[in-house]
Write a protein that binds this ligand. Structure first.
Ligand code: NDP
Length: 253
């Protein structure tokens, strides 16, 4: 990853754990100045401390809910007030809900998935565009391979991630050549989303025993390896990042 990040300013959403935490550390090692966003304050403070230790000269943790449009305006405004510029916006925050549609006790339970995963990327992007144009900056989006392979029990999650593909492909054309956009579509990454809470073997078994057997066979990547792969692709100016082995694994399902 060869981009010189010294003096540059990066916002990472969903930075309190998993891939977003590791993306923050990779930026910190490059000397970038950071605004890290999530809801859990204590976790954000810990990530900020580690990022400073890794080489970031200035890290500002901001508690915000990306599904709230006012929160998104606030953290973009605070970034500009504090640093005076913005170079990369990393839209990474996301949640999951693993359940077949007919088994949902209330169809509205899926609404937050779309609110966080889709609108939680669109809102910060909207407010960041004028500042990213000034620096000829970059937008990085964490979609998912489920956007393309749509496995069962992840219908709404996959739809939210597919919506990101359409949105950012159109935006890429609207904003070229001033702003570059890279869309990541990772496979199975070892994070809080996959550990116990969402794609655990037990959780999936409740929905579909056969699927569970297949899911535990998928190759799992660490969140650090994923962060590095994403930023390597950003450095190369790639439009899209997907590991071929993830495709293969999900096609097996
Ligand atoms: P984690 O659960 O570890 O990270 C999710 C992050 O998003 C946390 O920092 C969480 O922080 C934050 N977040 C969730 N909801 C909100 C909200 N409303 N407002 C602000 N921040 C929020 O999981 P991952 O690291 O795996 O997930 C990161 C992204 O990667 C997600 O978009 C996910 O869909 C995507 N992805 C993950 C894959 C995997 O296999 N793990 C595969 C493909 C894509 P907090 O709770 O403190 O707000």
């Amino acid at each position: 990853w060869n981009e010189n990040m010294e003096g540059k300013v990066v916002i990472v959403t969903g930075a309190s754990s998993g891939i977003g935490e590791q993306l923050s550390y990779e930026y910190a090692k490059k000397g970038a100045r950071l605004v890290i966003v999530a809801r859990r304050e204590e976790r954000l403070q810990q990530v900020a401390e580690t990022a400073r230790g890794l080489g970031s000269p200035d890290v500002v943790p901001i508690c915000a809910d990306v599904s709230n449009v006012n929160d998104c305006k606030r953290f973009v405004d605070e970034t500009i007030n504090h640093f005076g510029r913005l170079d990369h916006l990393v839209n990474n925050a996301g949640i999951n809900s693993i359940c077949s549609v007919e088994d949902a006790d209330d169809i509205k339970k899926f609404v937050p998935v779309m609110d966080v995963n889709f609108w939680g990327c669109v809102y910060p992007t909207y407010y960041a565009i004028p500042y990213l144009k000034k620096t000829r900056g970059k937008i990085i989006v964490n979609s998912s391979v489920t956007a393309i392979l749509h496995p069962p029990t992840l219908a709404i999650y996959s739809a939210s991630k597919a919506a990101l593909l359409s949105f950012y492909e159109a935006l890429r054309v609207e904003l070229a050549p001033a702003i570059t956009i890279t869309i990541a579509t990772p496979g199975l990454i070892e994070t809080e989303i996959t550990q116990g809470k969402h794609l655990s073997k037990e959780g999936v078994i409740q929905v579909d025993g056969q699927l569970a057997d297949e899911i535990v066979k998928l190759p799992v990547m660490s969140s650090q390896a994923c962060a590095k792969a994403v930023l390597d692709a950003v450095g190369r100016g790639e439009r899209n990042v997907t590991e071929p082995k993830w495709y293969k694994a999900f096609v097996l399902l």
